[in-house]
Design a protein around this ligand. Structure first.
Ligand code: GUN
Length: 284
């Protein structure tokens, strides 16, 4: 039986660390501040945004909330970002995705000052990540690394197999594992004999978006499994990309869904807000 990696507990530990550091900044007269922008009324996005604002409150980070109507034009959104870029009291800017169809997401993400890009989505920050010098790291991938390290699993020299090559998880998590001296293979839908490649893994990160895709025959004994998938099943329950019930019997460490990677994204966002604030005040 595997040891469960408790993402809820680890994410709370991280938020508690952020809280202490945010209080220390306030002592110096600096109040970390995040602007959260939501355009339209996507119900899932509304929940995410609410949770992000709650986490700010928990950590002692000021949040500025911009809930804009669906009819907001691209120019209006770009002007708001310009205004926040120029505001020294605002350290982080988060534009919740997806955006309505009439707004070009790439253009919006490029507009955010890379120093305030707490999502780590700006190509400048992706570039820093690719040369191993990331400051603001994409939150979900950075959360995966924290889960592994805080479970006491050393990444150095380990064979790390990432399943999925998306820009928001697969690719950045591969780069972060490499920066931790892992030996990384990033696999995808065209990979030949995927089960055999996965069986090589000491650490397996599943970010495919298909429920229970990673089955017990695809892993070796003693593997560490990080499941990034969140799939809603017909019965309404959440399920990961890993067949948890069976893979757990072979794994040494495994994240559950829910309660694994999920809570880490917001915790890492809080950490990025603090880093952005410190950078803008020449403290790092
Ligand atoms: N939509 C779903 N996940 C995310 C995220 O991590 N950041 C932003 N900005 N939008 C999202």
């Amino acid at each position: 039986m595997a040891t469960l990696i408790d993402g809820k507990k680890i994410s709370t530990d991280i938020k508690d660390e952020v809280k202490i550091e945010a209080a220390a900044l306030k002592e110096k007269g600096i109040e970390p501040c995040l602007a959260v922008i939501l355009v339209g009324e996507n119900p899932a996005s509304q929940v995410y945004v609410r949770n992000k604002k709650r986490a700010c409150e928990y950590c002692g980070i000021k949040s500025l909330s911009y809930e804009l109507p669906d009819t907001t034009s691209e120019d209006e959104l770009l002007s708001l970002i310009d205004k926040l870029n120029a505001d020294p009291s605002c350290h982080g800017i988060l534009v919740q995705l997806p955006l309505p169809k009439h707004i070009d997401e790439d253009k919006v993400l490029l507009k955010i000052d890379p120093k305030k890009d707490v999502d780590g989505f700006h190509p400048y920050n992706v570039g820093l990540l690719s040369i191993g010098k990331a400051k603001l790291k994409a939150c979900t991938p950075a959360g995966c690394i924290e889960l592994i390290k805080r479970s006491g699993v050393d990444i150095t020299g380990k064979k790390c197999v990432v399943v999925g090559r998306s820009n928001i998880v697969g690719k950045p998590v591969g780069m972060l594992l490499l920066a931790e001296n892992g030996t990384v293979i990033t696999t995808h839908s065209k990979t030949k004999d995927l089960p055999a490649v996965c069986r090589e893994a000491d650490i397996l990160v599943a970010a495919i978006g298909k429920p229970k895709f990673i089955t017990a025959d695809m892993v070796s004994d003693g593997v560490t499994v990080i499941d990034v998938g969140i799939n809603r099943m017909d019965d309404g329950k959440l399920c990961g990309d890993v067949d948890f019930e069976n893979v757990e019997k072979k794994a040494a460490f495994i994240t559950p869904v829910p309660g694994g990677v999920g809570p880490m994204t917001i915790a890492m966002l809080m950490k990025n807000c603090l880093t952005a604030c410190r950078m803008q005040n020449n403290l790092e």
